[in-house]
Ligand binder design. Structure first.
Ligand code: ADP
Ligand code: MG
Length: 744
């Protein structure tokens, strides 16, 4: 398949475009456009999303060009439109919905007398219904003016050598219409009461109604993402060097610009506060609506809403690289992809329409042979054609994914792509890293003990000096503690961090090492009294950092990193989902066990190096589990990569940079459980939708074939099946993570 050729092409030689495709009416169309694009030489991968009406193509720059893609779509019978800006697209969609509604009203108005006439006829009031000439006058504009789109769609499809739902509708209604004409011409007034004009009119009106409701629903499904993009302010107020203020369009803002954010205004860029203090609402990027205090030095994110203070912000990231643009891109990419179920559905629907045509022909012949009644044979065949439209099938998966990922994003859960979504709903084991995920990740120094009567302050000074080279949270805590004491620190040279174990370097001519018991034990003799002290503190859940200089133990520093307030609840939530949580930590076994007990974790293992964590994840996978790994990304990369789904817990602006499968926009471990729940809810919807789409066809096609379903009823059933599928997906919009405390 095309995917396998992808890695052989270097990223810089490829180009990525997305554009809107007009004229697709069902899954068969989307499959055809996709195939047409994939057949263009140089195309590496093309994906077409029916719900978004969008194509997403990666191609080799040397071998192909946009013109070739456009031409291929054209030949397949559809049109390319450049992917519109969110706001433009919104306006276009609205205009299209309005015109659809007008057409629908006209169509329904013309159909109503026909339908009422038919109703009265069956009730016995035969004199009151519309005269045959009247029927012709009402049905003809519906058939050929309003129904023109079906002929056009069918023509395009047939020209490209394929069949789609337009072919079914056009063929079915034309057959009913022409047969009625034939009766009218041969029987004259005698034909009264035997005509099928109302059937074709009703079919067209109902298919239009179904399409219209579907389009409205599709639009609200995509609305979450559009809302996100719409929140980017259009302009920013730049403070010039001479002190004047000037309002410039957001896309003209540059890195380094000083931007003024007034109370109540939206922050137009990612940046750093240089002056002023305020509280901002970052719910857009974090899903958390509690205002966050900001003052000079703090980072702010574009799109967040300023509170009551005036902020002067220096722009750090602008345009496509900004957090908001990345989040929007991430969500859009996720939604543009295709689930493997969808690929299956596409293959099915590609052969579905031709099969239906064949089956309708068979129905017609069988009736003719068995009953010899041309009229019955024709009507049964028409009913088969109409009921079998696979539109519901085409919408089942993409609408659910659209609403599911949208709702998750609003809750602060970003799912990278559909493969991740597919894996995530099967997760039954979650591995947590301790520091920063289950704990606050902001440890505090509790005490410093000198070994063999050494001065605790000297121990702290040596330790802090080495830690100047480290990014580790423990290093920051030790440095902060030293700073509080106003200790002057020697610089550190040839610094070396040993992930998951410690760090070392040379300070004032001595070789100084800090780290866990194992790390220091290899370098210095640890006395029994210090050993006992360490064990006792670790059993109490405290982290003990050992300090040694030139093979001699200087002492230990004990630190506390309290569990996050909702960590225990996160564990309960996972267990309620039948996902078994595990804690793997590089900290001492005693600490891991203590935290594990405190949070109710069934398994907690300490003393694990980053490699050991990765191996443990692989073992879980080998035992048949689908494993999610949650880390803060500092030194968990191997384990994150080994897991089926890597879950990065972000905070602030780094969230959008994460390449993990799932990115949580705020550091709340409960969102881990929520992410699993969201993907499960989405897949449940997909399954329900596919069931409903299939069951209509499976039950109704035979009914139509044996003549139990009139063409009119078939049209109603078909419209209903699309609408029910889309509405079922829309129910997902109301999905919210259940973060309320569950008291057992
Ligand atoms: P976790 O698995 O809890 O996230 P890490 O893998 O980041 O922990 O670190 C594991 C252990 O390694 C820490 O508990 C600490 O004992 C030791 N360690 C790592 N880096 C440092 C450092 N810079 N200073 C002191 N100790 C460190
Ligand atoms: Mg860590």
């Amino acid at each position: 398949m095309t995917e396998t050729s992808a890695p052989s092409v270097a990223a810089e030689d490829t180009e990525h475009v997305d554009f809107d495709v007009e004229g697709m009416t069902c899954a068969a169309c989307a499959t055809r456009v996709e195939r047409a694009l994939n057949n263009v030489p140089g195309v590496i991968e093309a994906r077409v999303n029916l719900a978004l009406e969008r194509a997403d193509v990666v191609f080799e720059r040397e071998l192909s060009a946009l013109e070739h893609l456009t031409a291929a779509v054209d030949r397949a019978g559809y049109r390319v439109r450049p992917a519109a800006e969110a706001s433009v697209r919104q306006a276009q969609d609205q205009a299209r919905l309005d015109s659809e509604r007008r057409t629908l009203v006209v169509s329904a108005t013309l159909t109503a007398p026909l339908l009422i006439g038919m109703g009265l006829n069956t009730l016995g009031y035969e004199d009151l219904h519309v005269m045959p000439v009247g029927e012709v006058l009402l049905a003809t504009p519906i058939q050929f003016l309003i129904g023109l789109r079906f002929y056009r769609g069918a023509f395009n499809a047939l020209r490209a050598g394929a069949a789609n739902m337009d072919v079914l509708v056009a063929l079915g209604t034309t057959a009913a219409y022409c047969y009625s004409w034939y009766l009218l011409r041969t029987l004259g007034e005698e034909a009264d009461g035997r005509l099928y004009f109302e059937a074709s009119a009703v079919i067209i009106t109902l298919v239009l109604l179904g399409k219209h409701m579907e389009n409205r629903a599709k639009r609200s499904a995509a609305a979450a993402l559009q809302a996100l993009l719409a929140l980017r302010p259009d302009t920013g107020c730049v403070l010039r060097a001479d002190g004047t203020e000037i309002e410039v369009p957001a896309e003209q803002l540059r890195e380094g610009d000083l931007v003024l954010v007034r109370p109540g205004g939206r922050v137009p860029v990612d940046g750093e506060v240089v002056e002023g203090a305020s509280e901002v609402d970052e719910s857009l990027v974090s899903g958390e609506s509690a205002p966050v205090p900001k003052q000079a030095g703090d980072a702010v994110t574009g799109g967040s809403v300023n509170g009551f203070g005036l902020l002067k912000v220096r722009a750090t990231t602008v345009g496509e690289a900004s957090t908001l643009a990345r989040i929007a891109r991430l969500v859009a990419d996720a939604q543009a992809g295709k689930a493997s179920v969808q690929r299956l559905v596409d293959r099915v629907s590609a052969v579905f329409v031709p099969s239906v045509l064949a089956f309708a022909a068979l129905t017609f012949v069988a009736w003719l042979v068995v009953s010899g009644n041309f009229e019955q044979a024709l009507i049964a065949a028409v009913a088969v054609l109409v009921i079998a439209c696979p539109c519901a099938l085409g919408l089942a998966t993409p609408t659910a994914i659209l609403t599911g990922t949208g709702a998750a994003a609003q809750a602060g859960i970003l799912i990278r792509d559909i493969e991740v979504l597919e894996q995530a709903h099967r997760i039954d084991a979650i591995v947590f890293d301790k520091t920063g995920t289950l704990t606050e990740g902001r440890p505090r120094v509790l005490a410093v003990h000198g070994a063999r009567g050494a001065d605790p302050e000297a121990t702290l000074r040596w330790a802090a000096a080495v830690q100047q080279g480290s990014e580790h949270p423990l290093a920051k805590a030790i440095l902060a503690h030293a700073a509080e004491r106003n200790l002057a620190l020697e610089p550190v040279r040839s610094f070396q961090a040993v992930p998951g174990r410690g760090a070392e370097g040379s300070v004032a001519g001595r070789h100084v090492a800090v780290g866990n018991g194992g790390f220091i034990g290899e370098r210095a003799q640890v006395d029994a009294d210090i050993q006992a002290l360490a064990q006792q503190r670790e059993a109490a859940g405290e982290t003990v950092v050992f300090v040694a200089a030139d093979d001699a133990l200087l002492g230990v520093i004990t630190l506390a990193d309290p569990p996050r307030s909702n960590a225990a609840q996160a564990v309960q939530m996972l267990q309620a989902l039948h996902v078994s949580p595990t804690l793997l930590s590089g900290d001492a076994p005693g600490v891991a066990e203590r935290i594990g007990r405190e949070l109710g974790l069934p398994t907690a293992r300490g003393g694990m190096s980053p490699e050991a964590k990765a191996r443990a994840v692989q073992e879980l996978a080998a035992a048949g589990h689908v494993v999610g790994m949650v880390g803060d990304g500092v030194n968990d990369a191997p384990a994150l990569a080994a897991a089926d789904v890597g879950i990065a817990m972000g905070s602030g602006t780094d969230i959008a940079m994460a390449t993990a499968g799932v990115t949580l926009m705020r550091p709340d471990p409960r969102l881990v459980a929520a992410a699993v729940a969201a993907s499960r809810a989405t897949f449940r919807k997909i399954r329900q939708n596919l069931f409903w789409a299939f069951i209509y066809n499976v039950v109704c096609i035979p009914l139509a074939a044996i003549g139990y379903l009139s063409p009119t009823l078939a049209a109603a059933a078909m419209a209903l099946s699309s609408v029910s599928v889309v509405c079922n997906s829309l129910l997902l919009r109301g999905w919210r993570p259940n973060l309320a405390a569950q008291n057992a």
